[in-house]
Design a protein around this ligand. Structure first.
Ligand code: HEM
Length: 418
């Protein structure tokens, strides 16, 4: 069913379909067998295959994360990978009082003041890297443009931009003095090397050694090795999420309706539609029942965030739960959600004046999360026209209104599925 396309984001249905189709390719190509299986079984909230339970339903997903005791250090889980590759104590693998204390310590860094403190850093990256998109600017050899040709318009790789943006943010959070791009690459390598270890599927020989080497490379850059998982969590999600959301915006023609007032809701909705961290692998620590399905201690739980967020639906039954699902739920819910939404809103606002179009998109088949290896955009305005106004800025220095609300902001019109 297709909801009517109305309001500031009204765009032709064909454009919406193009956006959805391109993004689906990213998702399916990264882990073709696993994601095809998940797509084929998504109609039921919970599906058992041997000792593996696939959890698709929004309520079932939330139930597992909030009610079912989970074995945080089991092999094949995110926490298990963290515990094995380092000395442990990295949030994902923690539980109870230890976990609560670690979250309290983290909330000082990622709490409400974080966006105001860190925003100037990522705005600096956006200002510097996106200025070249100005179609009225000089050519790389200094000549003025003739006002017609678009072939020589400069392009920006949004994957490299997202890497730098995530690098500077994470370096600031971890007091890391290394080059931000080096830090971001080390975090990506560590995540890619461990992904095969904890996602369901065959493991390559030597992958455990490669994962240990990559983790050591990352921790060597950090003053406190306990920050390794924070760096992995922050960098990989951001590098996957930002280019996918920007590509959706470009393909669906959503730039025109973007203002500081609408960007937060659009950012939240694009994160719901793209679900950058689509699968959470977990293991049950005790017998339980989920959506009527018995779960036994030791069962593998494949929590499909993408389906819990109903990324394929126009109108999820519980929009707030669907919007939150991409960031998990319960005591381990993502503490970086407000930061991630603010970064995406700022990226969209910085891009909007140029009305970028995608000129090259290459899927990354080795990264931990589905994403692009390269996503190149150029200004979509006629050459010589120049941006209609300077890059828009969110008002105030704090969290833009609507970002980080537990219930999730309302979905802007025009982002509906075809
Ligand atoms: C679009 C961006 C992001 C997405 C989609 C995302 C998603 C997630 C998800 C699904 C979880 C697991 C939640 C659960 O088990 O219930 C998580 C955990 C976590 N995320 Fe994020 N995240 C994003 C950005 C960030 C950023 C920017 C940071 C830090 C600056 C961050 C830090 C963390 C940490 C530390 C955890 C572990 C929390 C715990 O186990 O207590 N994330 N994230």
């Amino acid at each position: 069913m297709t909801a009517p396309l109305v309001g500031p984001y009204a765009t032709p249905r064909r454009a919406q379909r193009t956006a959805r189709r391109r993004d689906r390719r990213v998702y399916l190509r990264s882990h073709p067998v696993l994601f095809a299986l998940l797509a084929a079984t998504r109609r039921r909230p919970v599906v058992r295959i041997g000792r593996t339970v696939l959890v698709h339903g929004t309520e079932a997903y939330r139930e597992v994360l909030t009610r079912v005791p989970l074995d945080r250090t089991a092999e094949g889980t995110t926490g298990g990978a963290a515990a094995r590759l380092t000395d442990g104590g990295l949030l994902f693998d923690q539980d109870g009082a230890g976990h609560r204390a670690a979250r309290r310590a983290l909330s000082a860094d990622l709490g409400s003041g974080a966006v105001a403190r860190l925003r100037p850093l990522w705005q600096g990256v956006l200002d510097e890297r996106l200025a070249v998109l100005d179609p009225a600017g000089p050519t790389p050899d200094g000549r003025p443009r003739d006002g017609r040709a678009t072939v020589d318009l400069p392009t920006v790789d949004l994957v490299e931009l997202a890497r730098e943006l995530a690098g500077v943010t994470t370096a600031a959070l971890t007091a890391c003095a290394a080059d931000p791009l080096l830090l971001a690459r080390a975090a990506a390598d560590a995540a890619a090397a461990t992904a095969r270890d904890h996602l369901p599927g065959p493991r390559r020989p030597g992958s455990a050694d490669a994962a240990a080497r990559a983790a050591a490379g990352l921790t060597a850059l950090l003053p406190d090795s306990l920050d390794a998982m924070l760096a992995v969590a922050a960098v990989n999600t951001t590098v996957a999420a930002l280019p996918r959301a920007a590509a959706w915006c470009a393909d669906a023609g959503l730039w025109a309706g973007l203002t500081p007032a609408t960007a937060p809701a659009l950012a939240a909705e694009l994160l719901r539609l793209t679900a950058p961290s689509p699968v959470l692998p977990r293991v049950a620590a005790a017998d339980a029942t989920v959506a009527g399905c018995p779960v036994a201690r030791g069962d593998r739980l494949v929590l499909v965030a993408r389906h819990a967020a109903r990324a394929q639906d126009d109108t999820p039954a519980d929009p707030a739960a669907a919007t939150q699902a991409v960031f998990g739920a319960g005591p381990h819910a993502c503490p970086g959600a407000g930061l991630a939404r603010a970064q995406l809103a700022d990226l969209l606002l910085a891009l909007a004046p140029y009305r970028p179009v995608v000129v090259r998109a290459r899927v990354d088949r080795r990264s931990a999360l589905p994403g692009y290896a390269e996503l190149r955009v150029r200004a979509g305005l006629p050459a010589g026209a120049g941006p209609p106004s300077g890059p828009a800025r969110p008002s105030g220095s704090g969290l833009p209104s609507g970002i980080g609300l537990p219930s999730g902001p309302a979905r802007p019109p025009g982002t509906e599925a075809p």
